[in-house]
Design a protein around this ligand. Sequence first.
Ligand code: ZN
Length: 211
Amino acid sequence: MSMEPEVPETVYVMCPVCGEHEVHDVLKGRPGKSSLEATLRCHGCNRVRAETVRMPKVIAVPVVASDGPDSYRSSVGVEEDERISVGDEFFDDSGNYLRVTAIESNTGARPKKAVTREIRTIWAQRFDVISVKVTVNQGTVSHSRRIRAEPGDEFFIGQKLELEDMDCYVNAIKTRQHLKDRGSAEAREIVRVYGRFAAKTYPVLDFEDDA
Ligand SMILES: [Zn+2]
């Protein structure tokens, strides 16, 4: 099962003028198979340009979730070439936060990870502490990280996030409904946080110079 391609209001892509990933308004867009021929306006510099943006197809993958002693069936929309692993966490289409406990492939195998289009069913467990996906952009390089949060924790544009090996400043937040470059969102509604790289700062140790 696949979902109708729709033209997003905004996309988060590299701006050649700003030299950074920025939120862009999609002024005009014609969806193709896995791309969007779009006229974009950058929120950073306001320039308008034409670009073909890659738009992977989103597939609805069936989910069997256990919630305490009960279990229920739902689904989750995932990009077709995304890799899913046991231990991954996600919101299903009924809004519950789940962790993957097993993957059943189209061939009936139980791989530890698989690409979305090869998956028949995701087995998952309901779960309460969220790990929010963070993409940190450093020039043309992107780093994928995760940060732990309670469902009600708020993330806001401009916030400094301290990750394990780097820091970043949040410049876009993708929620289930919107792509924001102002304001805030609660962890429970966030699909991904985008940030601009900042070197990790460590507290300065003040050594006495009297050895
Ligand atoms: Zn720009």
